[in-house]
Design a protein around this ligand. Sequence first.
Ligand SMILES: [Zn+2]
Length: 250
Amino acid sequence: MIKGEWVDNAIVLRTGVFREADMWLRILCRERGLVTVFAFGATRSRRRFCGCLDRLNTLLCHVRASGRGAFLNLTEATLVEGCQELRRNWRRMAVAANCLSFVEAMGVPAEGAADAFALVETLRTTLERDAELPSLFTRYFRLRLAGALGVAPRLDVCERCSGDTLGRALFLVNEGSVRCTRCPAPSVRYVVPLSEEALALLRRVQRSFPTQWPEDEPLREDRRCCAQAIDGFVQYHLGLDWRNGRFQST
Ligand SMILES: [Zn+2]
């Protein structure tokens, strides 16, 4: 049962209409994480919702649990920040849709919500303003969100000897960790070799926001290995795969 009434900043990830005038919204709240709220009469009430219940908008949301606590009722919302250019750019909106689908598939509990919220706000700013995006942008986003949720791969030291990885390392996909080249070769099947540059790139992405991700393209081989490491991690460790336009359990 859900109780109470609260006010929080939230980003709209996805919306739907039902019974003609009513809407449901998947929103990422700064304090509470990912929740579904219902906005009754939303398509008719400009007074309570100011016509601002669009995907990617940041809203100040007033939410109240329903009488029996079965669902959350969005009673009022005001626009805090939105985007204009981005909505006219279908390629960029596809990148946004991919990232938002990943957020939904992962789920965001209250713990980690503030970091995930900041990440999605910076995602919107970057997609709206940056001229160029790195080719691995959506993959960087997945790696970074895993970090916000406390399930990121451990890339800082060798998982076996805890020593420095001295330039190169092997990424153990289903362990979600790296092993240095001084240690014996791992017996696990899914291993991706990472150069010093590739490993530094993944570490940097994991520590920063989209506005700070390097725009310079890595070398072709590094790009391939980084993509393989992140894809492998998402599939084997997080159990998610991109199918039919959204992330689903593998
Ligand atoms: Zn080692």
